[in-house]
Structure formats: C-alpha cells, structure tokens
Design a protein around this ligand. Structure first.
Ligand code: CP
Length: 302
C-alpha cells in the first residue's frame, strides 16, 4: 500500500506518469467519470482549507466516487481527546483512501502507520504539502511546456511556506535556477539550502523583487503565514514586505508565469488578476486534475 506524505515519496518516473495522467484527464474528462464508482474518500481536515479539501472532494466526485469527512476537528471526537491512531484505525475501516491535513508536523506520517488504506498528506504544519507541489509542477509544465532550464523566483515567506520548500526540493531535480526573494527574517531554512548545494543547483538570495523580476520565467508569490508566527508584532512588521502590482510587472518578461498557492492576502494586488501572466486561478483548477490522477494511482484502479 502506498501513501503520499513527502513530495519525495514520488520518483521522477512516477511524477511524469501522474502529470501525463492528469493531462489525459483534462483532455478526456468523460472517460474518467465512473472509474471510482463505489470508492469512498475520507477528508480529515484538522486545519482550515478551501482549495485542498474541496479540490480533493471534487476530484473524487468527478471520478464517480463518494466523500465523507470533517472540515473542522471541533466536530470530530478529537475534541474529546481521541488520538490520531484511534481516529485513523476507525476512519480507514470506512473508506478506501484518506486525505488528511493537520497543524502538527508528522501527523499524516503517524496516521500512515495505523491506516488500512492510503493516506495523502494534505498539509502538515510548516512541513510538507505534496499535492500542492504536484499542482505547481503540473501548472509549470502546462504553462511553460518544460520543467527544466527555468529561472524560478520564490518570493515572500520562504521560512514558513511549506509549499515553497517542497517545490524547491522537487524542481531542483530538473536543473533549474532559483532566486529566493525574502526579508532576512523569512529566509529559506538551512536544510533547503543544503538540498540545493547537494544537487549543485544554482541559487541566490535577495531582498528586492524589483531587482530580479526581469530575470524570471516563473514568479511564485507566497503569503506571510500569520498562523506560524509566535509574535503578532513581527507578523505585522513583515506582512506587506512584497506587493506585486501592475507597476512592478512592467519590469517583468512578457512570458512570465505568476503562481501563488493561495489564499492571498496583500501580496498580489487584485489589479494583477487580469494580466495574462497571472496563472494562479488556472493553478487552482489544475490542482483538482492532479488530485484525480493521484487518487487513481494510489487506489490502483487505473
Ligand atoms: N493552497 C492551499 O493549500 O489552499 P487551502 O489552504 O485553501 O487548502
């Protein structure tokens, strides 16, 4: 039985297969609308979500399956003190596959030790968010037609942004350059820099978006993550470090692809949404298709 806990659980060959399958689903949706008939997805969300939970649920429904679960741990028996192992042994007796989000790093990994069915990590604290990484990679492949030889700028909260860490780990395997744009306090953690060193990936750290925006093929904006700060004053000081607006975009290439895992707060002005380079709402849609592909492969139905 396979689980997806860390983006690195998927080999490059498996990743290519998932991307190909997602593209096939996009092209021939009607061929897939009954393939999970009789299967049930459990969505266990101990932390808020719009895109991840609803795209998982939409994915399973579009495959002809069903969904049960909770979107708030407060309505589950976790509120009475039930442990993750007991919850997982229970829910995995009812469903065929589980997508789980939890604020504690490692919770989905723990769940995978007790589950009778595949566990998909739908985000664990500041740790991993592998299906967002799959979403980002599918979007890059569809928008740029390639996964290598790109200059990728990642901007904002590079310290707490779990999607950034996972994306760097994955995209560094394809021979890309990285420009890491953040305030000093929100720089990328050392262990991610070590990954880049170990893979001989070219990267530089800068504070100014304007200084480098003209060099980028991809600009991956991120939200400063209020929920990960210990101190509200630090959050308020740093939250508007970067705001991408039309003025800054005048400096960028015509074929720039702007991504954001969403939700956004202030870091991309609403005026940017109409720019053809803004790809973050297409990214949202591709997230559903890659999750359809993932469900199919983990269930082994295709
Ligand atoms: N990108 C993402 O994980 O969004 P949600 O928190 O809304 O699921």
């Amino acid at each position: 039985m396979r689980h997806l806990i860390d983006p690195m659980d998927i080999s490059m060959t498996e990743l290519k297969d998932l991307l190909d399958l997602a593209e096939e689903i996009i092209k021939k949706k009607e061929d897939f609308n009954q393939v999970c008939k009789g299967k049930i997805l459990g969505t266990l969300f101990y932390e808020p979500s719009t895109r991840t939970r609803l795209s998982f649920e939409a994915a399973m429904l579009r495959l002809g399956g069903s969904v049960i679960g909770f979107s708030d741990a407060g309505v589950s028996s976790a509120i009475k003190g039930e442990s993750i192992p007991d919850t997982i042994r229970t829910v995995s007796s009812y469903v065929d596959i589980i997508a789980m989000r939890h604020p504690k790093e490692g919770a989905p990994k723990l769940a995978s030790y007790y589950s009778f069915v595949p566990i998909i990590n739908a985000g664990d604290g500041g740790h991993y968010h592998p299906t967002q990484t799959l979403t980002d990679i599918l979007t890059i492949r569809l928008k740029k037609g390639q996964l290598s030889n790109l200059t990728i700028g990642l901007c904002g909260d590079l310290k707490f942004g779990r999607t950034v860490h996972s994306l760097i780990k994955s995209m560094s395997s394809y021979g890309n350059k990285f420009i890491l744009i953040s305030p000093q306090e929100l720089q990328i953690p050392q262990y991610i820099k070590m990954e880049l060193f170990n893979k001989n990936s070219s990267f530089m750290e800068v504070e100014s978006l304007e200084d480098v925006i003209d060099k980028l093929d991809i600009l991956y904006m991120t939200r400063v993550q209020r929920e990960r700060f210990f101190n509200e004053e630090d959050y308020i000081r740093l939250k508007d470090s970067y705001i991408l607006d039309k003025e800054k975009l005048k400096l960028a290439r015509k074929d720039l692809c702007i991504l954001h895992p969403l939700p956004r707060v202030n870091e991309i002005s609403y005026e940017v949404d109409d720019d053809p380079r803004a790809c973050y709402f297409e990214q949202v849609k591709y997230g559903m298709y890659i999750r359809m592909a993932l469900i199919l492969r983990l269930l082994g139905v295709m």
